[in-house]
Design a protein around this ligand. Sequence first.
Ligand SMILES: *Cc1c(COP(=O)(O)O)cnc(C)c1O
Length: 389
Amino acid sequence: MKKHFETEAIRTQMERSQFAEHSAPLYLTSSFVFEDAEELRAAFADEVDKNIYSRFSNPNTQELTEKICVLEGAEDGVAFSSGMAAVYTSFAALLNSGDHIVSVRSIFGSTHTLFQKYFPKWNIETSYFGADTPKEVEQVIQPNTKIIYIETPTNPGLDILDMEYLSAVAKKNNALLVVDNCFATPYLQQPIAYGADLVIHSATKLIDGQGRVLGGLIVGRKDLISEIRSFFRNSGSALSPFNAWVLSKSLETLAVRLDRHCENALQIAKHLEKQTKISKVKYPFLPNHPQYKIAIKQMLKGGNIITFELKGGIEAGQTFLNKIKMCSLSANLGDTRTIATHPATSTHSKLSNEERAAVGITDGLIRLSIGLENIQDIIEDIDQALEKV
Ligand SMILES: *Cc1c(COP(=O)(O)O)cnc(C)c1O
């Protein structure tokens, strides 16, 4: 019987070895041995569930994948060397020349670059719809649309998309709904329960949660994962067993970490709303968020990302970043350490000015990834920097 989230995140574990270790060991081995010729044949024929070579599978990557499948309610999954390897491989495995993607406009910068610069080389075009005008999806969908792709919350727009609605549109049009669940993690939201066919993670972010390793996952329908796994095995974006071991341990504390991340973020968002130098604060669980109703329907809590707009524009934004003392200036997110970034000049700098404007990335937009330091210290650092803006 399926246990509660925290219990599954801790107790989903590979079988113990002859040493009866309590915590799962790390298997640093590139290949595995066989008893005899028959076992070797059966393993390559996929007749037995046995590890062959660590580019295909390894006990540590299997444990991590199984755990995410349990937490997301997915049938099957694959672990990758990074979140982008998961994104790229899923499209490359599932799409053919002439297929079409419909994507929300506000998405992670590298995913946007894949859609704009590389997929057209293979005759795969992408059309976009606005997160604040989701009904547009029904206008841009075409008979050759194979995938509707979304992030929710979006990075860095923090918009929330209604997964129930979009999965119904996907089904009606014979397309797949693929959700990048990086900002929410399976603890805050499980897209498969709302009809998603595949769920993608950058495990680098909140799943690791401590800014140490890269990793990615894709989980979902068995038939689709089988296609993806075959492409993955032959194209070489395997996750290192060490990173898988780290990420599986990290999941043991995901729920408690996120409870604190979200509690800190909500309090800080409310604090920022009261500051006179800030014109706009966006956080999914603030009632003035444009999609607040959808956020509280499909998310357990609001996550750890806040964006805000300084009245002084680009100059104020840069002064703010320069005056921050404790919080880090970094492109990562979902770390124990609070991070401030300026999307216009970092993660989304490859987009043109028009593209940035279309997804709401203004020059003065600051993105905060709220960490696990004591909330008083985070607020103190933000306040002293705001004073100098
Ligand atoms: C970071 C990120 C990715 C890419 O993950 P990597 O592990 O850095 O390759 C994809 N989607 C979202 C929403 C992200 O924030």
